[in-house]
Design a protein around this ligand. Structure first.
Ligand SMILES: [Zn+2]
Length: 609
């Protein structure tokens, strides 16, 4: 249950705004009104419906309940209260969302989001970056000293809109202007050295600006804070791009360029495009790709994949056409596919990179001929495996076919498998039946080897996977939680009836654990308040979904016993399955006594169902 642990910094932020004020805000704003700014809503019965802003759809499955002050999408599972709506929609932190809503409701709320006066080094480092970002941007767009850099960018197809959107700036070609600027605002040299913004000279031990004379590209984290910079030389000079080093606030393996700004577009389209660097990402944005993100010149990490998977189903990889780029495409694609993403590959012709392609062929060609004609990941691999092989040579040809067959065997979708097998058969004039037979063999070999690992890895990451019909125990758990959300005594009653038996779904158990904590703190049942308390978007979505269930005011004793029985029986049933396995094992070892014991236990369990 990793999810609960990955709550991030939001916990601290919630504490900074007193609960009374958060409650005052939620009582003063109307969720229907706020969401109407983004979605056209129509009233139907007690609720409002509209097209979901978080996924593409043609008929409305997004509903808003004015009574409960929550929203939920039956299509993609998005859901929550008015705070989480703004957080998701505009990529805000809780604090920022609260600030916006307080303003709307005319409630005075004095917190400073970008320049919080806290004393931790972490916050100070971010503040230094925020100040410099504004300073560098100002130098570029408003001053004579930035004129040359601005012209340089304009010549390279950067529009003013792009410069503002990406907050591009310029660091003067002077020894320590940035240092002086930050020192005058109370930052110490020691702290600034740790941020990598200044460097100590080895010869005279004086500090100087890292990025002097460079065009500055700020790098933002998922909350929109500036955490690093990349500086590009204008003319001659090495390196062409200079990045901030790894610091306490900047980790390349956890940072994706432009994710913060592209996030709402990514959620809406349920797809994103990954580029190898920020230059490609910016050029693609200029060409009309507003769901593009970039790695920071490193390979895609598990952390990146996790961030991506939480926001989009479909990923298009658009890396450089050179060997390094193609190798990186293969690795990234495999990682993403393993996580359950649908991977496509946009190939750049003529061994170019996206930026160069757009400059020579224009935006339309890039959108239509590159992004628009993305290959499936399998089709990419079939091309990729040919590199370095001479397919006229029999040995190379066999090696190639085996490599492709191995990959086809691992595909989940039978229709797709069939398509690629036919393609392979046609291309090399082979018998389709023979290929199929060999592919099946590889499939079973692979299955045997992977079975154990697969069972451990199968975590339902995707909210989409919950759209299947629910089992009786799951429904019972949902109805119990729906009542628990409305009543403290009912919650105690469930707690008592279940004793140590957990809810069967991990997410449900996580929610009730939070709920116990929520009530223990003395809170009254309040859906909106509880959603804020949760601090985990995935759980919030489930709670919003459950909150939408219409339930009767009262639960009869019989119904109650029924629901509890479903939860408990599922638990027992899983135990029986486990025992049955043990029993088979005991029989195999000819342990007659043990087998009889287990058989007895099974009978006992079955009777109690
Ligand atoms: Zn949706």
């Amino acid at each position: 249950m990793n999810r609960i642990l990955i709550m991030g910094g939001d916990v601290l932020m919630v504490e900074r705004i007193p609960n009374e004020i958060v409650n005052q805000i939620s009582q003063s704003v109307d969720i229907v009104e706020v969401i109407s700014d983004f979605v056209q809503l129509k009233k139907q019965g007690r609720n409002y419906f509209g097209l979901c802003p978080f996924h593409n759809e043609k008929s409305p499955s997004f509903s808003v309940s004015p009574d409960k002050q929550i929203y939920h999408c039956f299509g993609c599972g998005a859901g929550g209260n008015v705070f989480s709506f703004l957080m998701e929609m505009e990529g805000l932190s809780f604090q920022e969302a609260a600030l916006k809503l307080a303003e709307r409701a005319n409630i005075p709320l004095h917190i400073n989001v970008s320049q919080r006066k806290t004393s931790s080094n972490f916050d100070k480092m971010i503040e230094a970056h925020e100040l410099l970002r504004q300073f560098y941007h100002h130098l570029l767009v408003n001053t004579n000293k930035g004129q040359e850099a601005l012209e340089y960018l304009t010549k390279r197809n950067f529009t003013r809109e792009m410069i503002d959107h990406f907050q591009i700036g310029y660091c003067l070609n002077e020894r320590d202007t940035s240092l002086k600027f930050l020192k005058s605002r109370g930052f110490s040299e020691e702290l600034l050295e740790k941020t990598g913004l200044i460097i100590k000279s080895e010869t005279n031990h004086q500090y100087f600006d890292r990025f002097r004379g460079r065009i500055i590209f700020p790098i933002f984290d998922m909350k929109g804070h500036t955490i690093a910079f990349s500086g590009r030389v204008m003319y001659e000079g090495e390196p062409k791009y200079l990045n901030s080093p790894e610091t306490p606030i900047f980790h390349k393996g956890k940072t994706l360029y432009n994710f913060y700004h592209a996030r709402s577009s990514i959620r809406k389209k349920q797809s994103l495009v990954i580029f190898e660097g920020f230059a490609d990402c910016i050029a693609a944005y200029g060409a009309g790709v507003d769901n593009g993100i970039g790695t920071m010149g490193t390979a895609l990490t598990e952390e990146h994949v996790h961030m991506i998977k939480r926001n989009a189903e479909r990923v298009i990889l658009c890396f450089d056409a050179d060997t390094a780029g193609q190798n990186a495409t293969l690795k990234a694609g495999e990682l993403l596919q393993k996580a359950g993403c649908t991977v496509q590959v946009a190939m750049i012709p003529e061994a170019k990179d996206p930026d160069e392609y757009i400059r020579t062929h224009g935006s339309d060609a890039f959108i239509n001929k590159v992004i628009g004609t993305s290959l499936t990941f399998m089709a990419f691999k079939m091309k990729y495996y040919q590199t370095g092989k001479n397919l006229k040579n029999e040995g190379d040809r066999i090696a190639y076919i085996e490599q492709v067959l191995g990959d086809i065997a691992m595909m989940d979708n039978a229709i797709e498998r069939d398509i690629y097998l036919r393609q392979l058969a046609n291309e090399f004039s082979l018998s389709l039946d023979a290929l199929k037979q060999q592919e099946r063999q590889l499939f079973y070999m692979h299955k045997k080897g992977l079975k154990k690992q697969e069972q451990q890895n199968r975590v339902p990451i995707s909210i989409m996977s919950q759209k299947t019909t629910r089992k009786a125990f799951e429904n019972a758990e949902r109805i119990l939680i729906a009542h628990m959300l409305k009543s403290v005594p009912f919650t105690h009653r469930v707690q008592k009836a279940l004793q140590d038996i957990p809810f069967n779904l991990d997410d449900h158990q996580a929610i009730v654990t939070y709920l116990y904590g929520f009530y223990e703190e003395g809170n009254e049942p309040d859906l909106t308040q509880f959603l804020n308390f949760l601090n985990d978007q995935h759980l919030r979505e489930i709670v919003a979904d459950i909150g939408m269930i219409s339930i009767a005011e009262e639960v009869t004793d019989r119904e109650f016993r029924d629901y509890i029985k479903h939860v408990v029986n599922r638990h027992k049933w899983l135990k029986i399955k486990e025992k049955e396995k043990e029993s088979i094992e005991a029989e195999r070892q000819n342990d007659v006594k043990r087998a009889a014991e287990i058989a007895n236990e099974i009978i006992h369990l079955r009777k109690s169902l």
